[in-house]
Design a protein around this ligand. Structure first.
Ligand SMILES: [Zn+2]
Length: 448
């Protein structure tokens, strides 16, 4: 039997493993019970051991939930492939509007619904299937890390820095992404960075009677609103001088699919102009993610003296977080109306990430993915940032990064209600991962 047939034959048991994993609400956020996350760690450990990662262990960490780590040595001198997934999930509160129980894997329209079915228990199951094909004896060294806190304050970057030798590899495979739509293979090659600041606008020394002074005396909330409105042009494109933008030549997103996956309210249009893929992956975006001012309940007839907003700006691959923040800060300081006082406090500067696409590992992954899906591979970006990648790049500077996974953008609704996965995506990914490992095994090792 070829790989494809063997993977198809093991899918029923892999789906059963996925169902068992989805049933455990492994939410690692503060305030959620620890017991299910710990149970999930042990359940995942049992499964990875049974799949052939026989020496897998939950690794001790100073705080938080432990990552699972394993290494299965290949022939001496063979390349090292490291597989990544995470066993924690986003919360699934009832207020999100689930139509089936998030903690019961539910089969509907050929998909499997449940929190974590795609992100990232689907990715974990893909690794199980990959190792099972090799029956515990892969043709090159395979390392595995499955972390337990990806969706919250991850402890993995600190663990990597404390144990860099565990993470030396030629190719690092992050199975926590997805195709744009089912059946159309993509490799994610760029991730935007994420910077943030708090802008405080002041107009008055203290609250004033809105009847006696309102009109000539400007209130701070109106000043803040005017200031924020200058960050975009009429169409909704970022209008801050000096922020970086890139061209985009990879895959394109369908506007209808994007609207559907974003669940926009009826009649709400998309902001910005031009290619949707470029807007998401090659242009900056600025969002107000928090506001402090007098609340509606606490309001009276007084002018608001001070108001503040937290701004999150996604920055493009290749850009420098501090330079992008310089541009944003200069804009905020120079655009306040009526001479309002502006203070800017920087709170975050996470760099963007771009995968090397000219190496032998990337070429092998591309061929393996193309073969598995029977279609040409497109490149895509992701608007989210993964701080772990920067840390790994630090400790394994020559490693190539392969970003793929079962979380198709069009329908899987990760982090939202009715998250789901198409099992055919997991099946083809396993075929691709097996193909990648086999092809790398034929290449000389590069870490030694
Ligand atoms: Zn994830």
């Amino acid at each position: 039997m070829g790989t494809r047939e063997r993977v198809a034959a093991m899918m029923p048991s892999l789906v059963e493993s996925l169902e068992r994993l989805v049933a455990i609400p492994s939410v690692a956020f503060p305030g959620y019970p620890a017991e299910p996350v710990e149970r999930m760690g042990h359940q995942a450990l049992d499964l990875v051991r049974a799949a052939g990662f026989t020496n897998a262990e939950l690794m001790p960490v100073p705080s938080g939930y432990p990552p699972i780590y394993a290494e299965v040595p290949g022939p001496p001198g063979s390349p090292v492939v490291m597989l990544y997934a995470h066993y924690d999930v986003q919360p699934a509160p009832e207020s999100q509007g689930w139509t089936s129980d998030p903690w019961t894997a539910t089969h509907k329209n050929g998909r499997i619904y449940g929190r974590g079915a795609a992100d990232d228990k689907g990715g974990l199951v893909a690794h199980l299937g990959t190792m099972r094909i090799f029956e515990g004896r892969p043709p090159c060294t395979v390392r595995l890390v499955v972390e337990g806190m990806e969706e919250t304050e991850s402890n993995l970057p600190a663990f990597v820095l404390a144990h860099p030798e565990l993470f030396a590899c030629d190719v690092f495979v992050v199975c926590d992404m997805g195709n744009l739509r089912v059946g159309d293979p993509v490799l994610t090659t760029v991730l935007r960075g994420d910077v943030a600041c708090v802008v405080t606008v002041g107009t008055l020394q203290h609250p004033l009677h809105s009847g006696v002074f309102g009109g000539p005396a400007p209130d701070a909330m109106m000043a803040l609103a005017r200031l924020l409105s200058t960050l975009h042009d009429e169409a909704g494109n970022v209008a801050v001088a000096g922020v970086s933008r890139n061209p985009w030549t990879g895959g394109e997103l369908d506007e209808e699919e994007f609207r559907a996956s974003a669940d926009l309210l009826d009649g709400v249009g998309l902001a910005g102009s031009g290619s949707l893929a470029r807007r998401l992956w090659a242009e900056p975006s600025i969002s107000a993610i928090g506001v402090d001012m007098t609340s509606v309940a606490g309001s009276s007839n007084v002018l608001i003296p001070q108001a503040r907003a937290k701004l999150s700006m996604r920055i493009v691959p290749g850009s420098d977080p501090s330079k992008e923040l310089d541009a944003l800060e200069a804009h905020l300081r120079s655009h306040a109306p009526w001479g309002a006082h502006v203070e800017v406090e920087r709170t975050k500067a996470a760099p963007p990430f771009a995968c090397r696409t000219d190496g032998p590992g990337y070429a092998a992954a591309r061929r393996a993915l193309e073969e598995a899906f029977g279609k040409p591979v497109e490149e895509a970006g992701n608007g989210a940032s993964i701080p772990l990648l920067g840390t790994l790049h630090e400790v394994a500077p020559r490693a190539e990064f392969i970003l793929w996974g079962p979380e198709d953008v069009a329908a899987s609704r990760i982090h939202a209600s009715d998250e789901s996965v198409d099992p055919s995506e997991i099946e083809k990914l396993i075929v691709a991962q097996v193909g990648l490992i086999e092809e790398l095994a034929a290449q000389p090792g590069r870490t030694a």
